[in-house]
Write a protein that binds this ligand. Structure first.
Ligand SMILES: *Cc1c(COP(=O)(O)O)cnc(C)c1O
Length: 427
């Protein structure tokens, strides 16, 4: 299987472009991402929409091609050699994911389509079994719609109540309020590890500690955190953790749900179908063992293989050095934007990562996005699937530049120049 794993990996080298020192060679890393060589609107691409999805290293592209050209077949079924190879690759990918999140066993790693499906799975199964009339689900005011709507649907169906812990003007969770809202009827806490709209990194260790003291399980939405910082689900002590492959430098259509084994064992299945059963008769079917109980139908085999290649790549470069590089860019970008007249940063938490969300006085965020696009700069504008966050800050939308391992200080300079042009247009 090693032939399908990451083969070209950015390592320390002599040249540093806008780097942070400490041997991180961003120019070398950029070489591994072929899309960064293309032009957009006649200019070099400056990709700053990473919180929506990240670009893919060659190792991931090769793994996908290698899977389809070398071993494609269905898993867990055939006795023929290709099926054995595909099954081996798929299960090796699960082990790579387990190690990345430091889960204690591969049985605790469920492959999903994305983070959204992971959250819906927990809402539909844990929720159906445990959340009833009068119970409460506690989330925070900074959640992505994916971590709001499934709980709303569950509450509507069960007669439970959705409680929302507020955030302050910096975009930080108000922990005292969170603790106050965690009542005797709270059945589940679901909060993001890191906000996609604000960049806030939540004090998840404390959140888990507070909830655990009352025996309330915690789901963490790691869609953002998982590609900016090391995640250790055992150290965190959470019951569920979700992540999404396409933000982790992997393919679309593959995601991860970590669940503590005892929780998963006690939960009913999600979708019914092939692979998730032990036996089927028209009278009664019985469920397969973990993790297959939650993986009905043919899974995204190539996606899992591609995700494993992405995790191998990120691990080889090192999440700690990636995180340090991104923190340097964040500080650099924050101070550049703070110095710009008429620019207001939305989300100034003391602990934050990789997100510069902002508004410009008198200019609609969509106009900002359109004008900087002409300079080859890709940012996101809108509510970022977090409308309640926009309401909290009294803005309809923000412009958001979000950073990843391959971005440079020069790219932030280009963004700032483009924003100056925006301001000139509206003078
Ligand atoms: C992107 C994102 C999601 C949803 O990810 P999908 O891949 O669309 O399922 C959920 N939560 C946060 C914080 C995100 O950034």
């Amino acid at each position: 299987m090693t032939g399908l794993r990451a083969s070209r990996i950015g390592g320390p080298g002599p040249i540093e472009v806008g780097g942070t020192g400490a041997g991180y060679d961003v120019a070398r890393v950029r070489e591994d991402f072929p899309i960064l060589r293309r032009q957009v609107r006649g200019r070099p691409l400056v990709y700053l929409d990473n919180a929506a999805t990240t670009q893919k290293p060659q190792a991931v592209i090769d793994a996908l091609g290698g899977y389809y050209s070398g071993i494609n077949s269905n898993v867990h079924r055939g006795v023929h050699q290709l099926s054995e190879l595909a099954t081996e690759a798929f299960e090796a990918a699960r082990e790579t994911v387990r190690a990345y999140f430091n889960a204690s066993a591969v049985e605790e790693i469920i492959f999903t389509r994305n983070a959204t499906e992971g959250i819906n799975l927990v809402a539909a199964t844990f929720g159906r079994a445990n959340v009833g009339e009068g119970d409460e689900v506690l989330i925070s005011a900074m959640e992505h719609h994916s971590n709001i709507v499934p709980w709303q649907m569950l509450c509507e169906a069960s007669g439970a109540r959705l409680r929302v812990a507020p955030i302050d003007d910096r975009g930080e969770l108000i922990l005292e309020e969170f603790e106050r809202l965690l009542g005797p009827r709270t059945t589940l806490v679901a909060v993001s590890h890191m906000s996609n709209a604000l960049g806030t990194v939540n004090p998840v260790e404390e959140i888990v500690a507070i909830a655990s003291r009352r025996g309330v399980p915690v789901l963490l939405d790691g869609s953002q955190a998982a590609y900016h910082m090391p995640v250790d689900v055992q150290a965190l002590g959470c019951d569920f953790y979700v992540a999404t492959g396409h933000k982790l430098y992997g393919p679309t259509g593959i995601g991860v749900l970590y669940g503590r084994r005892a929780r998963l064992e006690a939960m009913p299945p999600y979708m019914g179908g092939g692979d998730m059963i032990a036996s089927v008769t028209f009278e009664k079917s019985t469920w397969n063992v973990l993790p297959y109980k939650f993986e009905a139908g043919t899974p995204n085999i190539a996606g899992a293989v591609g995700l494993a290649a992405a995790l191998d790549y990120v691990t080889a470069v090192g999440l700690d050095v990636i995180g340090a590089h991104e923190q340097d860019l964040l500080a650099y970008g924050t101070s550049a934007l703070e110095q710009m007249e008429g620019v207001r940063l939305i989300g100034t938490a003391r602990r934050k990562a990789s997100v510069l969300s902002f508004v410009m006085e008198g200019i609609h965020p969509h106009d900002i996005g359109t004008i900087v696009d002409r300079e080859g700069v890709a940012i996101r504008t809108g509510h970022h699937c977090a409308q309640p966050v926009m309401d909290r800050f009294g803005v309809p939308a923000t412009a958001r530049a979000s950073l990843a391992m391959y971005n440079t200080r020069e790219e932030i300079d280009t963004l700032v120049r483009a924003l100056e042009r925006v301001r000139d247009v509206f003078k």
